[in-house]
Every structure is written in C-alpha cells, then in structure tokens.
Design a protein around this ligand. Structure first.
Ligand SMILES: *Cc1c(COP(=O)(O)O)cnc(C)c1O
Length: 369
C-alpha cells in the first residue's frame, strides 16, 4: 500500500468479503443474511459496501432512517432494504422507493396501512418489531391480537417478517437474560402466527447473536459490526478483518522548549525539550475531544505517539520526542493491526462509536478486490 499524504479512510473490500464468508460459515445454508449498512455502513461508505455485498449475494439490507435507504436506491441498489426506524411521515417515500418499514408502534401501523391503502398497494412487505426486553422499540405480547386484527383487515400490507433485538448478545454473563429474550420471541411468534394464520420470517440475532446463539438464528440474521471486522471479543476479533484504516500524515514537527504549552487552553506543558507533531485530524473528523490529554494515540513508523493537549477541530498534536519520524511521514490512527476498538477502549467507548463518528469530509479510498 503506498503511504498516504493526507487524511484518508481506506476501505478494504477483500476484508469485507472475508468477514461476510466467515459470518456465513456460522449459519445453516438456508439462513438468510441481512447486512446492516446504517450510519454510512458504520462510518465507511454505504454505497460501496452495499454494492459489494450485492455481488456476494447478500439477501437483505437494513438502514436506520428512511433517507439512508433513499441514498442506496439512488445508487442503484436493488436488494430489499429494511428501514429499522422510520416515522409515519416517511410512508410515501418508503413506498416510492420500495423500502420496507419496521413497524414498531400502533400509531405507525395505522398510518402506514392508511398510506398503503390510499396508494392502492397490495401485500406491501412490512416487518413487525417486538420488544422482548431491550425496551427501546417494538410491540409487547398484549399488542399481538390488535396487530393481527389490523393486518387481517387490509390487503394493502403483509407481515414479511417478525423480529426483535437482543440487549446483551455479546455479554455471556447475561446469558440468562438472552435466553429469556429468545423464549419470549418464540412465544410472541407463535401467538402471532396462530392469530394471523400466516408464517412470516423470524429474525433476532445481531453479530454477537450470530456468534453466541446459533440456536436463535431462525430464518435470517442481521449483521453490522462483524462485517466491518469486529466481533466484540478477542477470540472473534482474531477471525475477522477490520475493513477500515484511518490514516493521516505529519504536517509539521515543532521542537518545543521545556515549560512551554501546546494547543488550545494550554492544556499540555512540556516537561523537557520535546518534539510535537501536528496531524490533520480533529474532532470535526470524529476523533472526539475525549481522546485528548494523552488518552488517545496514533502510530508513526510502528511507534505509539500519544495525543497531547486538547483535540482541535481539524488537528491533533502528538508527542514524538522519542519517536523516529519526520514531516510527511504516514500516521496510522487505526487499521487492521492497530485496531479501532483498542483506541475506542482507551476512552471508555466502543468500536461502533469511533467508526460511525467518522466525518464524511474524510476522503474514502476503496482498496482490495
Ligand atoms: C444496528 C442493529 C443491528 C446490527 O448490530 P451489530 O451488533 O452491529 O451486528 C442489528 N439489528 C438491529 C435492530 C440494529 O439496530
């Protein structure tokens, strides 16, 4: 890989292919695979990722907001797209763009049916969301009779699937709670099927669910973070390949005399004569101020350099006093070797957050395949 000369996010499609096949190997051959490409495919590039996954034969996509689905349709994505968190006012757009809503509340069900009927739809696919313990979105057991009644009373929509979401699939100390969620989901599904006289698909597992709860894969699984190379535990991280590498460059190096301050608010003072490198990436790029004050770090020529002082909007300063480097050298914020979750954990957050925070102003470069 040639050294970069500005801040870029490299997106490795070969790594994506590897992760897809690895996760698929955990499934029964008939289990369908939904790729979660919300939030710019976890901060990467939703169109490039979706196009590549389409060539690999993925069954479904999911996004969070309706507008994210519109972007994929504008780019020519033809695979079914589940919108996890639509609003009533999106109903027309959903139908215009062949996007399939998650129906999580009575209000949304009523509004979506009304729009689908007004537009003369028949059997428009919707996905009924159940709350089995996350207490975030979805219907409870007491709602099932009402939902199935409304669905039976219309020809405009049909429940393509019923689904729920696990609260702690990555945390094996919460095994009992996850088992409870799986059992609730099965009970809700049985009731739904009995009352509706239909057999929609069932899906429950996210990436950690795929890995830890093979008995709960049902008809389809929904993977996000695993496709992007993180398994939420060391053992699975070793089987996956991070697809995104965030790289930058040393713009300038200052020799700062002992006792002088560096950066805004004079938040760092040198304790000896020190070399400080300035790098073009800041909180506007998604590297939060949380990483300042020596919490966060980058790698320069395979040596770890800590961020000193406050993270600025468009740059950071790192201490390179004991590091062999010069202006123009490449800087690794994270890549397949120096992993994003390690940097995230230095600031008590998770891979999901640092990836999805990456600003769209960072140039994306597609590599591999
Ligand atoms: C984001 C999301 C997923 C993907 O979870 P990962 O842990 O990234 O695999 C799956 N299902 C729902 C409902 C989600 O919101």
């Amino acid at each position: 890989m040639p050294k970069v000369q500005e801040t870029v996010l490299e997106i490795n499609l070969s790594a994506l292919t590897h992760n897809y096949h690895y996760l698929k190997s955990k499934l029964q051959p008939e289990t369908k695979f939904l790729a979660v490409v919300k939030a710019f495919a976890y901060g990467s590039d939703s169109v490039a990722i979706a196009k590549h996954l389409e060539t690999l034969g993925v069954d479904y996509f999911a996004v969070a907001y309706t507008q994210e689905g519109v972007v994929l349709r504008d780019a020519g994505i033809r695979t079914p797209i589940l919108v996890l968190h639509p609003q009533s006012l999106n109903a027309d757009t959903l139908i215009d763009r062949c996007l399939e809503p998650s129906i999580y509340s009575a209000r949304l069900l009523k509004d979506f049916i009304a729009t689908a009927e007004k537009r003369g739809q028949t059997n428009y696919p919707v996905h009924i969301k159940f709350n089995t313990g996350l207490n975030r979105l979805g219907f409870g057991e007491q709602d099932i009779a009402g939902i199935t009644e409304q669905l039976s009373a219309t020809k405009a929509v049909q429940a393509k699937s019923i689904f729920s979401h696990l609260a702690a699939s990555e945390d094996l100390t919460e095994n009992d709670f996850t088992a409870l969620q799986i059992n609730r989901f099965k009970t809700f599904a049985e009731t739904f099927k009995r009352l509706s006289g239909t057999t929609p698909w069932m899906h429950l597992c996210n990436t950690s669910g795929i890995i830890n709860y093979s008995e709960a894969h049902f008809n389809m699984v929904r993977s996000g973070i695993g496709l992007y190379g993180f398994g939420n535990c060391d053992e699975e991280d070793a089987n996956l390949q991070p697809i995104a590498s965030l790289k930058s460059v040393i713009s300038q190096i200052h020799e700062v005399e002992k006792g002088h301050s560096v950066g805004y608010n004079r938040a760092f003072t040198t304790s000896r004569k020190e070399c400080i490198a300035t790098i073009p990436i800041g909180h506007a790029d998604g590297l939060s101020r949380i990483y300042g004050q020596k919490k966060g770090f980058v790698y320069i020529n395979d040596q770890k350099a800590f961020i000193v002082g406050n993270v600025c909007m468009d740059m950071i300063m790192v201490n390179v006093t004991d590091i062999n480097c010069q202006e123009g050298d490449e800087v690794i914020v994270f890549d397949a070797k120096y992993k994003a979750n390690t940097l995230a954990e230095s600031a008590a957050t998770i891979s999901y957050e640092i990836l999805t925070a990456l600003s769209q102003r960072i140039k994306r470069i597609i590599v591999g395949e």
